[in-house]
Design a protein around this ligand. Sequence first.
Ligand code: COS
Length: 391
Amino acid sequence: MNILTQEQTEIQKAAKDFTAQHIIPKAAEYDKSGAFHAFLLEAAKPSKIFGMAIPKSFGGLEYSPLTQALVLEEWGYGCCGMATTLAASILSMESVMLAGTDAQKKQFYTPMLNGKIGAFGLTEPSAGSDVGGGKTTAVKTAEGYTIHGSKCWITNGGIAEVFIIFAQTDPKAGVKGISAFIMERGTPGFTVGQEEDKLGLRSSNTVFLGLHDVKIPASALLGKEGDGMKIAMQTLDLARPAIGALAVGLAQRALDECVAHMHERFPGKPFPGQALQFKLADMRIQIEAARQVLHHMMALREAGKPFSEESAMSKTYATDVAMNVAATAMRLMGSAGYTSNVGKLMRDAKVMQIYEGTNQIQRLVVARAVLARPKVIAPKDAAPTEKAMAK
Ligand code: COS
């Protein structure tokens, strides 16, 4: 049964068509060269899809979270390297959505509505999973703030127009001393360093950012000083499922490629080997389960219910499924898989278990939520009494 609305079905179809026309034909070429897919920004510009998360009151498309996931799944089906550019731009936007004033929202959204993109600068050489380990500082001055430090592994960093940068306004306070700022491309002292040569997502842009005494106005501060950790965590809660959506698309592509190969390899009926058929069934079950965990998380978000745990679950499960399904597809296809697009899918899937919060960190988030719940069954209540057993 199709439980999507008519509008969602149409948007999904438009995303599928866009992927077939613009993404799939170019994916292998850009994966090979590692060059950034600038053509895609131009192709996407008329649809304003990079503004799909922006409210209509600011000129955006204001797609619901589930509708955004449908689009991202289609893009992920085509190429996760290209789709990551869209997901990472939305990631940066979420911080402004959460904590920005109307003036800051206008400042951040306007480039995105004009075909430009954003980037989210949290990770540092000394602060990956441990966000509190960041050494980038923001010192208050008469005019605003002076930011000094660096950021690494920043998706879109080399091509974004607007950035969210996290820095310590009170370094002694650890995570409570982190603040979030908006920064524009071209601000003096802000430099784009070396681009990473990656195993997967090769055409997405991942760079080191240098911040050498970058002067920004006081109006660049998001929320209050010290709000940075909460903004970062809430932003990631909102954005991690986007990676889940890309992963579902990737896994579906791996299954489709594998099935297409099987039809070629074993033309006619009956299809050989239950062992092989069971593998295909498991792949399909895992993909649908990942999709439904993700859609459930989006439904919670749309209903205004807490979703932090489900966000971590959906990102972890979908990316683990993507890796597993791509690897299984390769195992079933053998040498044909090793020399096919499935190799790219495997390479792309690997980093999705790592970026936007490693799956180990996601498991930590889920475990903390599990342990925070009150005990449901006390051991003595759960164990049958001698009397009850004698009956
Ligand atoms: N929403 C709102 N606030 C949150 C939150 C969430 N999901 N998670 C944590 N916080 C708040 C906590 O409430 C706490 O504030 P208070 O002391 O005022 O209550 C503060 O943030 C610190 O939380 P915590 O003590 O749990 O921090 P930890 O240092 O233990 O770190 C993890 C928590 C590991 C979960 C966090 O650092 C993390 O997610 N790391 C991964 C970072 C990441 O994903 N990087 C990817 C790069 S960006 S693409």
